[in-house]
Design a protein. Structure first.
Length: 468
């Protein structure tokens, strides 16, 4: 465990049992035989470093169902220039926004960082989730603040730190535990307003003026035209390849990033059924659909392990459960241990928690296969790096459901599947695994924005099946 303040980013801090488990995954027998112990160890250590850093590009999905990509790019450029000019007397600001050469609805923006930022003496501490958001370009929202200087007033300059292990008591004035500096900002509220007990503060608490990683804030920026989404998540929608007029099921849909992408790819023609088990997350799906002017999405709160029923459907039922073979395509973007998410400087998860996911994923997968029509496509994805939630699930699926076969993916931007689950080289080639790589560790120092965007991603996994 790390103690005290650190000027340089540490590797992700995990419970020792989790580090040991992951080490066994990345140094499994098949990998060791293929690349040798040194290379396997080096890849594992790089992964641990990479996970605590944010990706070096920001990816936004453009609403190309509403306007041409170039028009959206120009509007975004305009807005970002205004954002940069605001409060600065500098000459004409420069904004770099590039279309992705292989994904028609993606725009890429470089992230500037880690920057050399001199930290101020007055310290404010935010929770780890807020700290990660700041590293990806967000300002500090008041509910994320856990400690601030005793007499802090709106307008004061502060150094912002992220509490790595969630040990800081809310309302503290100082914090000596594990924390990482994420940049300097200016308070937008007095301390008394931030920690008011009767009406908890909302909105921006600290505006970041000198962040460690600089990327535009997308808060309220062209909400109907651009949607912040990690590149592998956008790839999922294209791999599913929904067609206008089809009926699609998104089994674990909230907050609806992929649901909305699916509807957009279909030109909003057809039906996209979005399910999620958590009631208050359903509103997020509906809000996102409304913001993006998508009418074809129907969202329901439902446990998807029970989404298939052999009972005769009632005439008026439009929601779950559904009869078998109801859908042309199914997306199972499964609940997972999330170990590919970046930046993640510390995880307090136990091994038991991490190992609770594969059985749930299999139950969901079984329902997915039953709900899919013959000739239909099933895409399984996770944002984690373990074998047990990825390649081992594919091996299990192929042996449990002879009706399923692996399909090539388009686009295939990530690497192939990882060795260790007994899959053949042909099967591994059909899988898509995004293994994060830090762009500043890439051999080509001038790596293009696209190369950085394709490789310096969150950890992610995609498998595409056809049911025959
Ligand atoms: N696909 C989403 C997107 O792109 O915005 C992200 C989905 S997230 C990886 C997994 C989701 O699965 C969570 O929102 C969680 O509430 C939901 N979930 C977990 N168990 C579920 C179940 N049994 N049935 C339906 N949803 C479930």
């Amino acid at each position: 465990m790390h103690t005290g303040e650190m000027s340089v980013f540490p590797k992700i801090s995990l419970k020792p049992e989790v580090t040991g488990y992951l080490r066994n995954v990345f140094l499994n027998k098949e990998v060791l035989a293929a690349v040798g112990p040194q290379e396997a160890e080096s890849r594992f250590q790089k992964l641990l470093t990479c996970l605590s850093h944010p990706p070096s590009t920001t990816c936004v999905r453009a609403s190309t169902h509403l306007a041409p990509l170039e028009d959206i790019r120009l509007s975004l450029e305009e807005e970002l220039k205004k954002q940069q000019k605001c409060g600065s007397s500098a000459e004409e600001p420069s904004v770099q926004i590039a279309p992705h050469p292989r994904i028609a609805d993606v725009l890429l923006l470089p992230v500037d960082g880690p920057r050399a930022v001199e930290r101020l003496s007055s310290e404010l501490v935010v929770d780890a989730q807020c700290g990660s958001a700041v590293l990806r370009g967000a300002h500090v929202f008041a509910p994320g603040i856990v400690a601030s200087p005793k007499y802090m007033k709106a307008g004061d300059m502060v150094a912002v730190f992220s509490d790595l292990e969630g040990r800081c008591t809310r309302g503290a004035t100082r914090f000596q535990g594990s924390k990482v500096f994420v940049g300097n900002g200016v308070a937008e509220m007095d301390r008394s307003a931030i920690f008011a007990t009767e009406t908890p503060a909302r909105g921006v608490g600290v505006r970041m003026v000198d962040p460690l990683y600089k990327s535009p804030s997308f808060d309220g920026l062209l909400p109907s035209m651009v949607f912040l989404q990690n590149l592998p998540s956008v790839v999922v929608g294209h791999v599913l390849a929904p067609q206008p007029g089809e009926r699609i099921l998104d089994m674990c849909a909230a907050p609806g990033g992929k649901t909305c992408h699916i509807a957009a790819l279909m030109g909003d023609k057809g039906e996209v059924v979005a399910l999620d088990r958590i009631r208050n997350k359903i509103d997020r799906i509906r809000q996102n659909a409304q913001t993006l002017s998508l009418q074809s999405i129907k969202a329901f709160c439902f446990n998807s392990t029970r989404a298939v029923s052999d009972d005769e459907p009632t005439q008026e039922a439009e929601g779950p459960p559904f009869p078998p073979e109801s859908f042309d395509r199914v997306l199972l973007d499964a609940p997972c241990s999330g170990l590919g998410q970046r930046p993640n400087m510390a995880s307090t998860w136990s091994l038991k928690e991490i190992c609770s996911y594969p059985p749930l994923q299999r139950k969901l997968f079984q329902a997915a296969v039953r709900l899919l029509k013959k000739g239909g496509v099933l895409v399984y994805s996770t944002c984690t790096v373990t074998l047990s939630e990825n390649e081992e699930q594919v091996a299990w699926a192929l042996s449990t459901f002879p009706c399923l076969s692996l399909q090539p993916q388009e686009p295939h931007i990530g690497s192939e599947g990882m060795l260790g689950a007994g899959l053949s080289p042909e099967q591994l080639r059909l899988l898509q695994r995004f293994s994060p790589e830090l762009s500043w560790e890439q051999t080509d120092a001038t790596a293009s924005l696209t190369r950085r965007a394709d490789t310096d991603t969150i950890g992610f996994f995609i498998a595409k099946f056809l049911k025959t």
